[in-house]
Structures are given as C-alpha cells and as structure tokens.
Design a protein around this ligand. Sequence first.
Ligand SMILES: C[S@@+](CC[C@H](N)C(=O)[O-])C[C@H]1O[C@@H](n2cnc3c(N)ncnc32)[C@H](O)[C@@H]1O
Length: 280
Amino acid sequence: MEDVSSGKLKKLRDFINMKFGIYIDDDKLLSMYKKKFSKLMEQFDYKDFSSFHRDIVFNKNSELVKELISTVTVNETYFFREKHQFDTLINYVLPELDRIRPSSESINILSAPCSTGEEVYSIAIYLLEEGNLIKKRNFLLLGIDIDSEAIRKAREGLYPERSLIKLPENIIKKYFRKEGNLYRISDFLRRSVNFRVVNVLDKYAMKRLGKFDVIFSRNLLIYFDERNRREALSIYYSILKDGGYLFLGHAERVPDDFTLFEKIKLGESYIYRKAEVKDG
Ligand SMILES: C[S@@+](CC[C@H](N)C(=O)[O-])C[C@H]1O[C@@H](n2cnc3c(N)ncnc32)[C@H](O)[C@@H]1O
C-alpha cells in the first residue's frame, strides 16, 4: 500500500467537509483517518490513493461512498436521550401547535439526523404515552440520515440493550420484544414512522421532504464547521413552517448573529422558534 502524503489526505478531507459537512481536523486525519482510509482502500481493492479519491469524488462506486460515509460518521444514540427535550415537546410545543394549527393539518416532525432511529421512536412513544394529542389529529414522524446503514437499522428496529439503558422497565415491556440478546421494537411503532437516506446539506432533497412543524437536529452540528453549521440552519429555517420549533443537542446552539431563530426556554429546555419576518 502506498504511503499517502498529508496533502492528498487533506484533499479528501476537504471533499468530505464540502459534501457531507463533517470536518476532520489535521490531528485526527493523520492519527485516525489515515488508517481508516487505507483499510477502505484495501477492502475495495484500490492500489493507489488517486483512483480511490477520484472514484469517491465522481461517485463511481456507490458502495465505496456508502462505506466512506459510515467510516466518517458517529452514530452514537439511545432512546430518551436528553429526555427533558421530549418532555418539552409533549408538554409545551405540541399542545401549542395543536392550538394554532387547523385540526385538518397533520403536525410534521423531522429528526435530522436520526442515526439508527431511537430519537424518532422516542417521540412516537412519548405521543402514545400522552395519548390525547394523537386522538385529535395526525402526526407525521420522519427520520433522515446520510448513513444508509444507520437507516437500514432504523427500519429494522432491532436494538442492543445499551440503546435502551434510559428506558423505564414498563416502556420496554410495552413497546419491545426480546429476540436473543436484542430488543425488537413493536411492529405498530415501526409502521407509524418513516426513514429516508438524506444529506441535510442537500437543500433540494431537504425541500422535497416538505414542511415541518418541529425539527430535532441533535448532535450533528458539532461535527460540522461554522460554514456548514450556518448552511444547515438556513435549510432548517426554509423547511420549517411559520412558528415552527428547532431542538438542538446540548453542545449546540444557533449563533447570536443568526436572527432567523429566537431562543426560548420551555419547561427544562432551551429551544429555538422560527422568527417572524418583520415588515419594512
Ligand atoms: C451522533 S448521531 C445523532 C443521532 C441523534 N440525533 C441523537 O442525538 O442521538 C449523528 C448522525 O449524524 C449523521 N450525519 C452526519 N452528517 C450528516 C449529514 N450531512 N446529513 C445527514 N446526516 C448526517 C451521522 O450519520 C450520524 O448518524
């Protein structure tokens, strides 16, 4: 295997940053990703870095691009992660949206990114446990992620015990079935949500998803650089309905000079509301 120069590695790093948003700093590039990329080259039988790089850039080998995406993404997630945000959603945000939206309209909730689906299913479980809102109107729950393997797992709904670590026993009993060492989410839950492979930075693909009342975008922007963070926030703004809400992860925030969202505290959570555009 050729010893790849740091210049060549940086070019691939910059492409990943531009295309998928994820930023890899120089230290990680040379200490971790150099090895990961050379393992990928071996796996796909590439002898030289230039053809490996070219096939990624020109999307000549879709399996390779999928594996590359799985290599550079962090899928860590679990049910009821930062539970206080689901409490805020169910106790404040959804009752308010239910009041102001015509009852014939569905309330659309997007989890971007959803990784292996735990966030989307957590919202569905919260809605079922609350019980009243779903009697009054339709809710549409959609999870998207750039990693097709994560989306496959989300659709499959089969989870290791560590994903359920924050779930109370009664919820596990009610919504899961044990299969060997794993837990299968109930078919009813699986059928009530949708998952798609989408890059949040692909603004055309994002717009094709439709308009949303609520977007959860937790633990994604931390992997982006400032430019892509702002780009993602602008895209969220454009697909949120007026008065819609944005939930970010605890280490993420909308920059102060980014006035398209206003920060509010509802219950125990700081969240963002799409700002009204003032005339004149
Ligand atoms: C740490 S998980 C977050 C999952 C969940 N929102 C949570 O907070 O538990 C980050 C996910 O972001 C996805 N991701 C990274 N870049 C993306 C992009 N440009 N578009 C869509 N998803 C992306 C990764 O594939 C990964 O599954």
